[in-house]
Design a protein around this ligand. Sequence first.
Ligand code: PMP
Length: 390
Amino acid sequence: MKDRKLLMIPGPVEFTPEVIRAMGMFTTSHVAPDFIEVFGQALERLREVFLCPQGQPFVIAGSGTLAMDIAAANLIEPGDKALVVNTGYFGDRFAAILERYGAEVTQVKAPAIGDAPPLDEVEAALQSGSYKLMTITHVDTSTAVKADVKGLAAVGRRYGALVVVDGVCAVAGEEMRQEEWGIDLALTASQKAICVPPGLALVVAGPRAMEAFRKRQTPVGNYYADWNNWLPIMEAYEARQPSYFGTPPVNLIWALNVSLGQILDEGMEARFARHRRLSRAFKAAVAALGLKQLPLSADKEATTLTAIYYPAGVDRTVLGYIKEAGVIVAGGLHPAIKAQYFRVGHMGVVSAADILTTVGAIEQGLARAGYQFEPGTGLAAAQAVLCESS
Ligand code: PMP
């Protein structure tokens, strides 16, 4: 019997064999001509995946938190005002990072866990102060709440704030059109819908963000994150020239270029549509099983992951049963309700077969945990969505 489990957590996700092969290649020099070509191509492809033709991409060794750090370090000067649209754990993190660079941070918090701050409240906050920057977490991975990035970005722009989107649990899964929606900086990490093992911080900065950076009066308060160090490197790789600031993670960048090629072969519109369809199928199963999701309304539900309350009488021991049935899912993350829910990631190369396998394993786990339901109810609901003609 196969013993490899299906990994359905909100990152790291499953990767394609081609990506894994790139990770296992003999490492070349970071200035080898074939690597320079690969890095240059990956930067060009990032613009297409972020839908930001005029953007400046940065690919830097580190996790998603470094990408947040890079945004704050380069765009904030001490005393700048920043507004955080907070939908959970990662909004708290952005606020802490911005404060570390001397920003005066105001937070507009969701009225309840599973909710998002209403647009008019964000607008009122923007109106009452002159904010240099606002941050939005596209999908808060702790709550599976999706923010209305398009609406929020339009309001932020109207009040002159630089719009920064933490798209770590979203980019290449959720619909995001960076340039069209007026997003000045979007960021993610390799291990989520980009489908590359952890280790790359990915940032695309639009012209207004780069201009704000160039107009700084004070030095960037973080040596490693400073765009003054990285911009010449990114420009050199795109010009297919050798350069060096810090040794790039060669295999990860090779894998990134492979994955970005696969993402673009699928096409961004098709990719968004696949994520929507599979999310709808999975959520239909959750509802049919009588389980409740964290997001308080359907318009706030992420398409890259689902957060589900344990039903009465069930706790996290069910996660072990689900694993024994072949699928790894994640526990809760939001500190206030951590023990009350679990999370299932369905982003990246996820397929309809993965959704059915996961629903099947969850049903087996719930049955073992003593939950009363008719086995197959969730599977039938998911299958009904998957069988709809698209
Ligand atoms: N923001 C969001 C929305 C995330 O989901 C995560 C990771 N789960 C991060 C930021 C931080 O990324 P990393 O763990 O790669 O540092």
